[in-house]
Write a protein that binds this ligand. Structure first.
Ligand SMILES: C[S@@+](CC[C@H](N)C(=O)[O-])C[C@H]1O[C@@H](n2cnc3c(N)ncnc32)[C@H](O)[C@@H]1O
Length: 315
């Protein structure tokens, strides 16, 4: 039975806006104004603002446009409310089961707008030697990687960590001949011990990945897929540079630099984020059906952690 998630969620979105493992900051704002609550949220914390829950806007504008696109998805998740069940650990894994995707890419240009449209290079100019998720979430991600990565030191293996920084959260001592980091801050990338090389590139200005076709076995992207304003270009490029059967792992929590995250992300919750990333894989073409895994370590007590992954289809 296909998943009629969009239809179910549309009726539940105001409820969903409060769905979080910890209290979210709820705010109403428009693209050119911000409420006092949002202003409070903008105050910097130790990690430059990341350590804030993304403020949830009741979905009246862009989000509604987006979800109405998803109403076309066929199927039924049954009488039980998806959102009610999504509060249980592991329920987001159902989001990408049997989705009947609309034929056309359902997102609009405005879905990829951000509150702060100034240069990303300026935003990331100063290095942030911080972690953006808590230690249990990092440990869960590292454990996940240890289960799905090729064994350390396997000849011929190449890995790309997109949107990288001074940490990649790979298993301790993990090595391959080639581990490339792409990111926005050279000082951060220079300090990342797992990388064998790095490239500073603003993917929102230039989404072309500077690599040969079929050259990577694994691509990772940690808590950053929400900053991509041209995700289709980037995901098509990911598909191009992956070897057939190569694995792309997108991971995210419920935190972000919300002024730099795309509108469709800041206006929705965890379950929709899974659907959004799944859609990127689906509409990029060339990937196997995307799947979601909930690796949240202690639901309600530490940062949630979700994986959406797919493999490049073997031809
Ligand atoms: C929240 S940090 C996450 C860094 C790292 N993945 C981690 O887990 O600590 C967001 C990262 O997204 C990347 N990023 C943001 N905007 C970007 C852009 N326009 N082009 C390329 N990378 C970008 C930067 O490398 C930045 O370090």
């Amino acid at each position: 039975m296909a998943n009629r998630l969009g239809l179910t969620l549309q009726h539940r979105l105001p409820v969903l806006s409060g769905y979080s493992n910890t209290s979210p900051i709820t705010s109403f704002y428009h693209s050119n104004s911000v409420s006092s609550l949002s202003k409070a949220a903008l105050k910097k914390k130790g990690d430059g603002g990341f350590n804030l829950k993304s403020p949830r806007r009741l979905v009246l504008g862009l989000g509604a446009a987006f979800w109405s696109q998803f109403m076309g998805m066929a199927g039924n998740v049954g009488a039980k409310s998806f959102i009610a069940s999504a509060r249980q650990k592991g329920a987001v894994e159902q989001v990408l089961k049997n989705v009947d995707w609309p034929e056309q890419f359902p997102f609009k240009e405005e879905d990829f707008q951000r509150f702060d449209e100034t240069s990303d290079l300026t935003f990331y100019e100063t290095p942030r030697f911080v972690t953006h998720i808590d230690d249990p979430a990092i440990a869960a991600l590292t454990k996940y990687y240890s289960e799905v990565f090729p064994p350390s030191n396997t000849p011929g293996i190449s890995i790309l960590d997109m949107c990288s920084s001074w940490v990649s959260h790979y298993p301790p001592g993990y090595k391959q001949d080639r581990i490339v980091g792409m990111g926005m801050n050279e000082e951060e990338l220079k300090r990342n011990p797992v990388l064998t090389e790095y490239i500073v590139q603003d993917l929102n200005s230039n989404p072309k990945l500077p690599f040969e076709d079929n050259s990577f076995d694994v691509i990772t992207n940690v808590v950053s897929v929400d900053y991509l304003t041209k995700p289709m270009e980037v995901f098509k490029e990911m598909c191009r540079i992956l070897k057939p059967g190569g694995l792309a792992i997108m991971s995210f929590s419920n935190r972000c630099f919300w002024t730099k995250a795309i509108s469709i992300w800041t206006s929705t919750g965890d379950a929709e984020h899974v659907m959004i990333v799944g859609a990127y894989f689906h509409y990029a073409r060339g990937f196997e059906p995307p799947q979601a895994v909930d690796i949240s370590p202690n639901p309600g007590r530490s940062d949630p952690m979700y994986i959406v992954y797919s493999r490049k289809a073997s031809t």
